[in-house]
Ligand binder design. Sequence first.
Ligand code: F6R
Length: 607
Amino acid sequence: MCGIVAAASKFNVINILSDGLKHLEYRGYDSAGIAVIQDQKINRYRKEGKVVELTSSLTDNINATIGIAHTRWATHGKPSEENAHPHVAEENIAIVHNGIIENHIEIKNKFFKNTTFTSETDSEILAHLINHFAHKNNTLDSVHLSLQEIKGSYALAVINKKNPGQIIVARNGSPLLIGIGDQTNYIASDAHALIEHTNKFIYLEDGDLATITFENVNIFDKNKNKISREIKKSNLSLKSSSKEGYEHFMIKEIFEQPEAVKATIQDRIINNAVPKEILGPNVEKYFSKFKVVQIIACGTSYHAALVAKHWLERLAGIPCHAEIASEFRYRSHAVQKNTLLICISQSGETADTLSALRKVKNEDHYVGTIAICNVPESSLARECDSTLITHAGPEIGVASTKAFTTQLTAIMLLVIVLGKNFEITKDLEKSLCKQLQGLPEKIKSTLALDAEIAELAKVFSDKEHALFLGRGSHFPIAREGALKLKEVSYIHAEAYPAGELKHGPLAIVDENMPVVAVAPNNVVLEKLKSNLEEVKARGGKLYIFADKKAGFKNDDISQVFEIDAPMNPVAPILFTIPLQLLAYHCAIIKGTNVDMPRNLAKSVTVE
Ligand code: F6R
């Protein structure tokens, strides 16, 4: 949610900034901007829209050894050039900001009653505030004094034309890291933006401030005491953030799922068992104490949480609650004693999930916290007692695909481990391990439906609405299918547990309403069949993704797509794949921006 990149170098930084913005575009694409110090002046370049609008307008005469850049996801103020970052004050200070300054109006009234602001953003206040203090202080002190005044979250980078070799950065609640290079040091919201230049990173923590020049990096705590932070080596590769011949990241990431799932189980299944050590040394803190599980997550990760609830209760006999983090954080709970909190997040930086975790993690009834997360250096991974990393690799497409199926894979590993103290027997453990190990091949054969689903999209993509049905642990998969379709093709889609249809939604079924059914061969198959008959009787057109042995046949009203998903608990992972493909192909036909759907951004670091 907004991307920041900045660099201080012995050489011209303009390409570092433009390329970095391209890599960060998935975080927001409402506008982009760059500010550099050249000839003792701050020069600013901004454009509404995608990064390419900005980069194609840049001329060759920019030659600056210091600069900051930003790609925006609009929160306060519409997408426009005026609201694009960097924001400047008196041509002295330029800032880029990711986060929200909650008290910007109060600060305006306190310090700047007579100042003209040029944007509708909350961020511009930071430029003015730092400039105000910079009349009498150095830039680091000015940033520090400004941060005492503000309430909210920030990842911030600041340049001052009076210190043309230095960038000041600060972090509180929004991610920011420093890249260490040779005669160049870098700043970015995430490592992708910099991986072509360095693999050495310092991950700033909340409250940190830092000064960066081409040869030095100094870090300070919130009281301005100098501190040191470890330099970590990243094993990200340039390859992982490129499309590698695919037309879009979304389809590349869909097709990466066999490998991503394989990487997620690798070294975690030993002799048909999952050792509890996969949760790290802190597992002992809660392993023999917890009695109930509470899961929190948002969006697609919440759908993974809903599947987890089914698996924990059905397979392991562990009572489990799952809740959307933005709801969880603002209500009071009757928490049961010895609750284990599990947070699921691809990015590990989702503001609602992090806030919900921070709200409760030190409360008495919680015995431990586990993160299921795709980014090992993320705030969530750092703040939970244990982290189970999903090895999906970087997910760049805004619509989550491989992150979801690897979350489900990691969840199944976790269910096996946590269930050892409950109802998971050795035999069940062995069987679940075998199912997990068989998944990569089964996903590959499900991906072979691609061409057939591309054909289906031709008749589906002109629909305005769609209904997705599922039951049990496949209802969350129906929800995920509906979410994917909405996100990338802008077709309105809703998901219902199939048994709920007769309680209202059946009223909207007619020949114009496509109904997508997820039909595994499980205990509720016959019930689902009856529900689908109710749809047929109302003229609704059915697209059924069914297990080979579920006994569905094509007819005038129904089209059946066979999935090789034997009657076993991991089936929801397989049924996800065709729904991702359907959303992708509908989006392609509709010509939407598949990797960067309108109004969205990856990594939602604001409330
Ligand atoms: C949907 C999607 C979002 C995210 C949600 C949570 O395709 O990507 O719904 O799942 O914003 O993000 P994470 O998992 O990073 O916490």
